[in-house]
Design a protein around this ligand. Structure first.
Ligand code: CAP
Ligand code: MG
Length: 456
């Protein structure tokens, strides 16, 4: 006897109706060329089958086959929209091992995006059930914990990544840190390594870690104001990453940086578990290979053309795994963001992330919130929009937008500080510049305008 289970829920079925807690995914697909539209329902069923208990054909279903348990544990596709080719899948919460993101994603976002029946696929959102949320650590410090150790009650924090991306020696980077930390009356908080800067012969991790943290300690002592250095531990050997985290701690650091996509979800969770009490800054280089989608359907307005998951999904995963700050996109950056940054910010920071047309929402059951990092071609003429749209729990990261100021680095710091203060006071930047034509902010705006530079 061979059996193929039914992986489509009855029409009108909605998960809460049977009182269970489900993990829900929200998907958009395009059928491969040659597959007629009528097959959309079968495709949705195939996704539910392959990602839960089934496969492509009927299989042996005798007494010892596990088929009864498979029937009980199977996921179902529901809320099918044949026009938009969107649907949801509901998975029983006990289908997944708690605290195991790698295993969970292999199921819900695994084989189904490789199937020949599809020519495009987007995992728009995942809503995690309570037992799964509670099985992950979440941020150690989160928004409030970082505010506490930085002794900053309100407002966004400001940070710069050295440019050229690679070039400065460790000593030169430490000297830059001093300039950043002291310019504009010490209003600037942070310096961050760039992603290409790991341990290079002219700027080794050890040398840089010691020298930049020495400056941090010195300035903190002199000024009484806390500073941070997002020191890049990224490596494909986890042991080396953890050794680097220890070195940051030994040197008085309080925040590590890791490239969270290239090192992977397991690395993030392991660093969260074993690092010696440092906040985790998650840079997201290579996320475009996961979340870029070039079709109009990315805005819910038509077809999709790529295979992807949204940044909202990545952000939710990172919050569960326990990062304290994450690059989440922002308005007016040099990066593509599909209008998602606000959705990302809500996924990172709300206790109950609201559902929208494009997202499922999320109850975080008290899990701490994550700092949203706005970055990518930002300069004094554009950061106000980030603050207005994304709020105060924001790290404004501007590299070229500080170091490229025509009057020099101190003026670059000053311009960004002026732009932040103006946005916090809800002032109008264009009017302010007319009143303050000699200011660093006026010069920055004259140089870069009020939009990102996409090409130059
Ligand atoms: C910014 C940056 C960041 C990107 C990451 C860069 O420098 O250091 O890595 O912003 O993007 O190398 O481009 P600039 P996102 O300030 O000079 O642009 O935050 O979107 O992940
Ligand atoms: Mg960078």
């Amino acid at each position: 006897m061979a059996v193929q289970l039914n992986y489509i829920a009855p029409k009108g079925w909605e998960p809460p109706m049977d009182g269970r807690d489900y993990l829900i995914t929200y998907l958009d697909i395009e059928l491969a060329d040659g597959i007629p539209d009528e097959k959309f329902r079968d495709a949705a069923a195939s996704c539910a089958a392959e990602s839960s208990t089934g496969t492509w054909t009927k299989v042996y279903a005798g007494k010892d086959s596990g088929i009864k348990m498979a029937e009980k544990m199977k996921a179902v596709a529901y809320d099918l929209n044949p026009e938009k080719k969107t649907f949801k899948i509901a998975y029983r919460s006990d289908l997944f091992e708690e605290g195991n993101m790698a295993g969970l994603l292999a199921g819900v976002a695994g084989n189904i995006d490789s199937m020949k029946m599809l020519k495009a696929f987007r995992l728009i959102d995942i809503k995690f059930p309570k037992n799964i949320v509670n099985s992950f650590p979440g941020p150690q410090f989160g928004i409030d914990g970082v505010r506490k150790f930085m002794e900053i009650e309100r407002g966004p924090m400001l940070c710069t990544v050295p440019k050229p991306k690679v070039g400065r020696t460790a000593l030169e980077q430490a000297q830059l840190a001093k300039v950043l930390f002291t310019a504009a009356k010490g209003e600037f908080q942070g310096i961050k390594d760039d992603e290409n800067l790991t341990s290079l012969y002219f700027n080794t991790f050890e040398d840089r870690c010691k020298k930049v943290h020495a400056v941090q300690r010195e300035i903190e002592q002199k000024s009484g104001r806390k500073k941070f250095y997002l020191c890049n531990i990224t490596h494909s050997d986890l042991d080396i990453m953890l050794e680097r985290a220890d070195m940051i701690k030994e040197n008085g650091g309080r925040w590590l940086m890791m490239d969270a996509v290239t090192t992977g979800f397991t690395a993030v969770q392991t660093v969260r578990k074993h690092n010696p009490g440092l906040a985790i800054h998650a840079h997201r280089a290579m996320h475009g290979l996961l979340d870029r989608e070039s079709g109009p359907g990315v805005h819910d307005g038509g077809k999709i053309v790529d295979f992807s998951m949204s940044m909202v999904v990545i952000a939710k995963i990172m919050r569960l795994l326990g990062v304290d700050s994450l690059h989440g996109g922002a308005p007016k950056t040099k990066m593509e963001n599909y209008g998602e940054p606000k959705l990302v910010q809500e996924a990172l920071q709300e206790d109950i992330t609201p559902a929208t047309d494009m997202t499922l929402g999320q109850n975080w059951y008290g899990m701490k919130g994550v700092w949203h990092v706005a970055s990518g071609g930002l300069h004094a003429g554009t950061i106000g929009d980030s603050i207005t749209q994304l709020g105060e729990n924001l790290i404004i990261q501007a590299g070229g937008g500080v170091l490229g100021h025509p009057w020099g680095i101190e003026a670059g710091v000053e311009a960004v500080v002026q732009a932040r203060d103006l946005a916090m006071a809800k002032g109008d930047i264009k009017a302010w510049i007319i009143d303050n034509p000699e200011s660093a902010l006026a010069k920055a705006a004259q140089h870069w305008g009020f939009d990102p530079r996409i090409v130059y």
